[in-house]
Ligand binder design. Structure first.
Ligand code: NAD
Length: 287
């Protein structure tokens, strides 16, 4: 396997393209928005330059790596791919339509992977004629830095597909972990209830956000407190994932905290809107 197509060139897609190209793959990066492709190329270039400055990459490497990334707005870019990694917007109808098209465009033997955080791999796979070759490759943000890839087997994913994806993730310098397709997989099923409980603590006045984050950082050796992390992920994304867990597992222990709902309604979504549990306005100097 040497040719990848990455569909979706946003936050995750540019990082995924970067990592594949750095490890010698030819990458076709596809996005329906031309502007996203320009932005992605610029981001990959500046991240590669940072690696050169840190001494982890040879000075001539960025040009060689960028030469392996081609960009385009047509899904036909997936026509020659051995592996497609879909990293488009987290919307079931977008992903279902993409997989129906990718199934027609990509070679019959190609593996179709999705970077979804919360949509069922089994449901996505059922949109194709090759569910045994559909799998989750859940990279973490920022992709060039984070080691983990959660490899998610859908109901019909074959052992051979899983083994190939585990092996190629290792060849990308990542640590793959195999999990089965249940709501939230492992990462979000364990993380989001912790974040939600931290928000209940704020709502009930157990402690301030700063105190809660300090307890988890200094007491549990977490690199970042749960409320800082929630602001980083985006409170709307946290709420959406909790709703997937609540609906998919049918257990009220996943019920989203009313304060989280209220903050989302108030458009206090964390870093991206300048305010969440902390304030990120440049003028205030906080955050
Ligand atoms: P993003 O909004 O930054 O980028 C999504 C890109 O997909 C956009 O550039 C958009 O133009 C493009 N797109 C939308 N529909 C398309 C289509 N039909 N064809 C081609 N391109 C299309 O999103 P993101 O944060 O990079 O997330 C991408 C995926 O990765 C989602 O499934 C998300 O759940 C998952 N994910 C995100 C993170 C994170 O921290 N951001 C972490 C792990 C997984």
């Amino acid at each position: 396997m040497t040719r990848a197509a990455v569909v979706g060139a946003g936050t995750m897609g540019n990082g995924i393209a970067h990592v594949f190209a750095q490890h010698g793959w030819e990458v076709a990066l596809v996005d329906s928005a031309a502007g996203a492709l320009e932005q992605a190329t610029a981001t990959i270039r500046s991240n590669l330059d940072r690696q050169v400055k840190k001494g982890t990459l040879a000075p001539e490497a960025p040009a060689q790596i960028l030469a392996r990334v081609s960009t385009g707005t047509s899904l036909e870019g997936a026509a020659g791919a051995d592996l497609v990694v879909e990293a488009a917007s987290e919307n079931p109808s977008v992903k279902f339509a993409l997989f129906e098209q990718l199934d027609r465009i990509a070679p019959p033997g190609a593996i179709l992977a999705t970077n979804t955080s919360s949509i069922s791999i089994t449901e996505i796979a059922a949109r194709t004629q090759r569910p045994e070759r559909v799998i989750g490759m859940h990279f973490m943000n920022p992709v060039p830095v984070m080691q983990l890839v959660e490899v998610i087997r859908g109901h019909a994913t074959s052992d051979a597909t899983t083994a190939q994806v585990m092996e190629l993730a290792r060849a990308l310098g990542k640590v793959p972990v195999e999990v089965h397709d249940y709501p939230g997989f492992v990462s979000n099923r364990v993380l989001l209830p912790m974040i939600n409980e931290a928000i209940f603590c704020v709502m009930e006045g157990v402690a301030t956000p700063e105190s809660i984050d300090t307890v988890m950082k200094l007491g549990m050796a977490h690199p970042m407190g749960p409320l800082t992390l929630a602001d980083f992920i985006g409170l709307d994304v946290c709420l959406a994932i909790l709703e997937v867990l609540h609906r998919g597992l049918g257990d009220d222990k996943y019920r989203a905290c009313p304060l989280l709902r209220r903050m989302v309604a108030a458009n206090q979504l964390g870093r991206k809107t300048g305010k969440g549990f902390y304030s990120y306005e440049a003028a205030s100097g906080e955050g």
